[in-house]
Design a protein. Sequence first.
Length: 201
Amino acid sequence: MEDGGLKFYLKMNNRISKQDFIKDLVRETKGALLYKNEILVDKNEKGILKKGVKLLCNKYKPKSVLEVGFGLGYTAQEFQDYEIESHTIIEPHPTIYARAVEWANQFPNRYIKVIERFFQDYETDEKFDIVYDDRKDMVYYNDEFIRSDEPFRRWIKTYVKRGGIVAGYARELEEIKEFDNGFFFEIDGKKYRQPLIFKDN
């Protein structure tokens, strides 16, 4: 999946198969959520992730969100704190999926749908105000995915309503190589960037 140089997620040097990813264990430590020795979520980034989503919601006022990857639920909780009307979460790893279901059950009166699937295999006619992609990119690009041969930028935008946006997780400026749209914010005097692609671009 080539995307014109724009990537919203981390890459592993050695990719793995879908089957290996699903069967291997993830574990939570004091500082991170780990898959083997790879950091899926760094707990030190909690404040950055949450502020990026809070500003995103305040700026674009979404009613529906498709969130790709659950992790430790930092961004999912921020979307719920904003009280969005519809929240769909795609998570392929069974352990993290179970955690996401347990988290969603705290909100019996909210519309939260958790789906155990790889994003590249997710098909729906539903369109969302925001697609928030905070995966760690670990699996082979072409591993019998339904959408493995489509350019990333093109297919991810098919889930977005007209006027909607695709967003990645906020990160430090030195980690940023290229952007289309987005905004800056600061925490403790340090500048971060919330990356975006607009549907109509």
